[in-house]
Write a protein that binds this ligand. Sequence first.
Ligand code: BDR
Ligand code: CA
Length: 314
Amino acid sequence: MTRPMLIDTDPGVDDALALLMAFAHPGVELVALTVAAGNVGLAHTTANALRLVEWVGRQTPVYAGSAMPLVRQAEDAAFVHGVDGFGDTLLSRDASALASGHAAQAICDFAGTHAGELELVMLGPLTNLALALHLDPALPTRIHRLVIMGGAVTGHGNTSRIATEFNIGFDPEAAHVVFSGFPRIELVDWEATLRHGLEMGEFECWLQEGGPIAEIYGRISAATRRFMREHRGTRWHAADALAMAVALEPGHVLECAERAVRICVDDGLARGATLVDWDRRSADAVNCRIMMEYDRDRWRLLLRAALGLAPGER
Ligand code: BDR
Ligand code: CA
C-alpha cells in the first residue's frame, strides 16, 4: 500500500532533489505538485515542476498557485538557484501542461479525496497552504500529516534578516496563518540542514556515477554547488531534500523536540523569525515536532536512490 503525498514546492535546486527522492520512493504515491513563487517567480517554478515530472516520465498533475506573498512583495533567491531556478540551464518547457485550478483549491480537493490519509509536504513559502486553510478551515482535520521545511529554530537564519530562514521570511503572514492553524507540524529547519551537510566531493561522485537523472541534476545544480563552495565551504546543504527524508521515512528521525513555535510578523530585523518556546514558558500549545537529528546513512541512501544509484555503489 502506498501513502498519498502532495508536495507544495518552488523549484528550486534543492526542491528538485527532494522531488526526485519522492518520485523514486516505492512507499509513496505522489498525487499532485502544487507550486508557489519563492526561489524564483511563478512562471519559472511551475515550468521547473513540469520539467521534473517530464524527466521522470510521470503524469503527476502540477497546479500553479500564488505568484506573490499574501501581504508584501519579497526578494527571491535567484542568486542561489539561478534566474530560472534551475541553475540558468534555461531548458524550455511549455506551461500549457499545467492542471487547471489554483494550487490552494487543489490542496483542499486532494485532502478531501484522500481524507485522513494525505501527507502534505511544504518545500517553499507557505502562501498556498495559508490560502487553502482559509478556503477550508477544517483542513488540518482532513490531512494525515504536515511536514514543513522552514525556519531557523535558534535564530541562525539564511537571509539578510539574520534570524530568518528563506521560506518563512518570503511570506511571514502565510507562515503565521499556517503555524497558528495547524496543531501538529513536523518541522525541518535551516539549522538542521546545516547539521546534515553532505561532503560535496562524495555528492559529486554520485552525480557522475548515476544515470540520466543524475546527469540532469548535475547540470541544474552546478551553479548552486559553485555558490556553496564559494560561500559555505565543502558541504552540500539540501534543505528540501532533508525535509523529504523526514517526510518519506520519519522512522529514521533520531532526535526531535516538541515545542510551541510562533512566527514573527513584525516589521524590522526579526520579521519572519521562528520564535520557539524552548523552555516552555508561554501558555502556547505545542504545535511543532522539530527534527534535530536524522540517520545520516539512511539520508545518504535516499539521496542515492533519487539519483538512480543502488545502495551499495560508491
Ligand atoms: C529553503 O529556501 C529555499 O531557497 C530552498 O529551496 C529551501 O526550500 C531553505 O531555506
Ligand atoms: Ca524550496
